[in-house]
Design a protein. Structure first.
Length: 115
């Protein structure tokens, strides 16, 4: 598992999610740092374009704002990737699209439970 930092507007959520899942990776959650409440997170469990479309539909239908709106678009995702190659490819594409938070080179690697 890896944690990546991203920044984008609500208009780029689909592009972000599609880029991640198209590389075989999954988006487990979204995390933002709120000035008053501290760390806020939401479970996503998005592993395909179908999952992404379902999430986007729910977001639109509920008329709720995404968590990243609280932080000027800056947020973290915990992602799972099938290989280091898939992870690096996903990062490169997010960087090319201007979604990866600038100089997000110090991306944390999270230990899997029990390791």
């Amino acid at each position: 598992l890896h944690t990546i930092a991203c920044r984008h507007t609500a208009a780029n959520i689909a592009e972000e999610l599609y880029t991640i899942v198209d590389n075989g990776c999954g988006v487990l959650d979204v995390i933002v740092e709120h000035a008053v409440y501290g760390q806020l997170s939401g479970q996503l469990q998005i592993f395909s374009r179908l999952d992404a479309d379902d999430f986007l539909r729910k977001l639109s239908k509920s008329r709720s704002l995404p968590l990243c709106n609280l932080t000027g678009g800056v947020h973290l995702h915990t992602v799972s990737c099938p290989s280091e190659e898939a992870y690096r490819r996903m990062l490169a594409q997010l960087r090319e699209k201007g979604i990866l938070y600038p100089s997000s080179v110090k991306i944390n690697k999270i230990k899997k439970p029990g390791t």
